[in-house]
Design a protein around this ligand. Structure first.
Ligand code: SF4
Length: 724
């Protein structure tokens, strides 16, 4: 007899679109997945990644791919050995307590993930700031969204995307900047395609150095030189000024700082911008006219703006354009940052980053620290700035941070300038890796491994790009000995509190709902107030957008609809954004600019998508994409092995001719973490090339405001490998 099939509603664990899924399962196995027709993010649709979630959850695959039991070693020289939860919790809490006593709380760093659930994030943040006493907790969201956050806060007063997915259906112009939406947010891209079918007058402009699938379908593709976005947006503003396309009434009534900005953009003449960006003046004019004169212009943007040493400036320059033309706070209009990860937003809501506190409070604000301390029942919270992602690993490399606790992320693949990261992992005295999958590059550095529950086994909430909070529900119990992330944090916190003789803050939560209730209590009176949003309401009424204060019947579809912004005086701020050239440029030694990014069917380091054979059909192996002219000039043919290198490292990949690149540019997908030779045999010297992914080449230079590193631009040289 077949075990009874059940259905559990949950949320896709991949990108920030946050699609609702219905998991089909029995007591032993997830047997299928389909889109939830009632979920407002996707209305039943799923992309290739989402619709294969059940394949990656197959227990037979999990048996091979998952961490099955806790592991530890007491000395670096020893091999990891299987252990039990109690011994690992005791060992870790003892080492944490010792480290705090001997070196102070800032000798500990927690590096967490935008793939954690909000409840997990809340607890790790409380553990770091409320119990250990350090602000050294940061997230891989630092690599993803922090420039968007910094710009929203500076310009609009809060880290709050003002738009919603419905705006795609209502916009007259959609400007997509630094986003291959067709690959990275596929269900949103389908919504754009549908909007174009329904309204042929809708114009889509894509700003991207590459002619991606998204760019190919656009009405206008501005293939700017990498890193010149600020010049482009300032140039568009110059044209708005010159052509009289400004919304003077909006500027006068609802904004500050336009005079200073006007002085700055005076230099961004069409000829200067066309030359800097490598585009035609007439395309610049056309894009500006469409954007400024439409009734509703919407911008969608992502890592092409964020992952840059000028990430905050790029975001601010685009927001300036929206404010100057009044395209904000209305249906179909606004600057809409797309979140990369499924819960980058939820992490920020809980304050789970080095510069934030719960509910969008500011770490530098004494009143905010006191409010959170009171909520948690502790005397005070640490005021010293926490170390952000790159800074945290630098501090570990220099011996300042001695214990690293890495949760649900793989820095030994995903962080830039891998040599430095791996040195940090070597140097740290204790590396705790909390992870569901056993094959990650970071696992090689672990002294303790906590097996974490994965998608389909966890319960909580996530927030997607449009501020919509959805329930994540467990269909099965955690695989093998795995535990939900919050339960691991709780167990260590309880033991550590005893060793530190502390009875506060409270950690003895019975379930994720109890954590959620404390989190929503922390948001009372804040911009993201969700005091009214219980699990009960989410279960009865489905996903809801924030804010959702106590007594509300519905969340806020859009923000700033009355042009009352979240700044102190309620007026939005223009941020003068000078154009600063990228941190690296081409030279005789390094004549190519490297760009990195996603493929359509893979996710991050492929821990999960890499277990599904079908997802390799689109791109079976990594490659370096090169322009045809560059291949011809160097006598390179398809599949030749190419060494790509700079002062930081080198990798070897097969060549792949791409029509999407201008001469002088190369593109390498971010997903593969090991050197890959496509079946070619290398000699001993060639084999000694570093076995690292593309981040062997990227730079850890970061944006001064957001601290987000420049993952999408690095200078490199290429050499064809002689296999003789
Ligand atoms: Fe999952 Fe994103 Fe695909 Fe939706 S678009 S199914 S959230 S990966």
């Amino acid at each position: 007899m077949h075990p009874t099939t059940q259905e559990t509603k949950s949320t896709c664990c991949y990108c920030g679109v946050g699609c609702g899924v219905i998991i089909e399962h029995n007591d032993l196995e997830i047997t299928g997945v389909r889109g939830d027709p009632e979920h407002p993010a996707n209305f039943g649709k799923l992309c290739s990644k989402g619709s294969s979630l059940h394949l990656s959850a197959k227990r037979i695959l999990q048996q091979q791919a998952r961490v099955l039991a806790p592991h530890m070693r007491e000395n670096r020289a020893d091999a990891l050995r299987e252990s039990d939860w109690e011994s690992c919790f005791e060992f870790v809490s003892e080492r944490l307590a010792q480290c705090i006593q001997e070196h102070g709380p800032d000798s500990i760093g927690l590096y967490v993930s935008g793939q954690l659930l909000t409840e997990d994030y809340y607890l790790f943040n409380k553990l770091a700031k409320g119990l250990i006493g350090t602000n050294n907790i940061d997230s891989n969201s630092r690599l993803c969204m922090s420039s968007a956050v910094a710009a929203y806060r500076q310009s609009l007063g809060a880290d709050a995307p003002p738009c919603c997915y419905e705006d795609i259906d209502q916009a007259e112009v959609i400007l997509i900047a630094g986003s291959n939406t067709a690959y990275a947010h596929p269900i949103l891209y389908r919504r754009i395609e549908e909007a174009r079918r329904n309204r042929p007058q809708l114009k889509v402009i894509v700003v991207d150095p590459r002619r991606t699938d998204t760019a190919q379908e656009a009405d206008l593709h501005l293939a700017i030189q990498p890193g010149t976005d600020v010049a482009l947006f300032n140039g568009m503003l110059y044209l708005c000024l010159w052509e009289g396309w400004l919304d003077q009434e909006f500027i006068r009534s609802h904004t500050d700082g336009f005079t200073e900005l006007k002085d700055l953009v005076r230099d961004f003449t069409p000829s200067m911008v066309a030359k800097t960006c490598g585009i035609r003046e007439q395309d610049l004019l056309e894009a500006t006219r469409w954007f400024a004169t439409s009734n509703a212009s919407l911008s969608l943007y992502c890592q092409g703006l964020n992952q840059s040493t000028a990430g905050t400036a790029k975001n601010s320059a685009l927001i300036n354009l929206h404010l100057a033309t009044g395209h904000i706070g209305r249906e179909g209009a606004g600057p809409f940052s797309l979140t990369g990860q499924p819960n980058a937003m939820g992490g920020r809501e809980t304050g789970g980053m080095a510069n934030l506190l719960s509910a969008h409070r500011d770490l530098n604000n004494a009143q905010h620290r006191a409010e959170v301390a009171e909520l948690w029942g502790v005397d005070e919270l640490p005021s010293t700035a926490g170390k952000t992602a790159v800074e945290m690993f630098n501090a570990a490399r220099q011996g300042e941070i001695k214990i690293l606790w890495i949760v649900c992320t793989n820095p030994a693949q995903s962080m830039p300038d891998q040599h430095l990261i791996r040195e940090a992992l070597e140097r740290a005295e204790l590396v705790i890796v909390q992870e569901a999958y056993r094959g990650t590059a970071t696992m090689a550095y672990a002294d303790v491994v906590f097996p974490a529950a994965s998608w389909g086994e966890k319960s909580g909430t996530v927030t997607n790009s449009e501020r919509r909070i959805s329930r994540v529900r467990a269909a099965l119990s955690p695989f093998a000995q795995a535990k939900p992330d919050w339960e691991i944090a709780k167990a260590v916190a309880l033991k550590l509190a005893r060793k530190l003789h502390r009875d506060k803050p409270y950690f003895d939560y019975a379930d994720s709902e109890e954590i959620w209730n404390e989190h929503r209590q922390s948001t009372a009176g804040r911009d993201l107030d969700i005091t009214g949003l219980s699990y009960g309401i989410l279960d009865e009424q489905g996903p809801q957008q924030w804010p959702y204060p106590f007594g509300a019947q519905k969340g806020a579809t859009r923000l700033y609809t009355t042009a009352q912004f979240a700044t102190e005086n309620g007026r939005a701020k223009f941020i003068p954004t000078a154009y600063i050239a990228p941190s690296e440029k081409v030279s005789a030694r390094y004549p190519f600019l490297l760009n990195t990014g996603r493929l359509r069917d893979q996710w991050h380091g492929m821990s999960r998508t890499g277990t599904v054979a079908q997802l390799f059909a689109h791109a079976p192996e990594p490659s370096v994409q090169l322009a045809a002219s560059d291949m011809q000039a160097r006598f390179i043919t398809e599949g030749d092995l190419i060494e790509i290198s700079n002062a930081r490292g080198k990798i070897i990949l097969p060549a792949n001719q791409s029509d999407s690149l201008h001469s002088g540019q190369v593109f390498i997908p971010m997903h593969w973490g090991q050197e890959f030779t496509g079946g070619h045999h290398l000699n001993q010297d060639q084999m000694s090339s570093e076995h690292l992914g593309v981040n062997a080449l990227t730079t850890s230079a970061f944006d001064p405001s957001s601290k987000q590193p420049e993952l999408k631009l690095a200078h490199v040289k290429i050499n064809k490998i002689d296999l003789a």
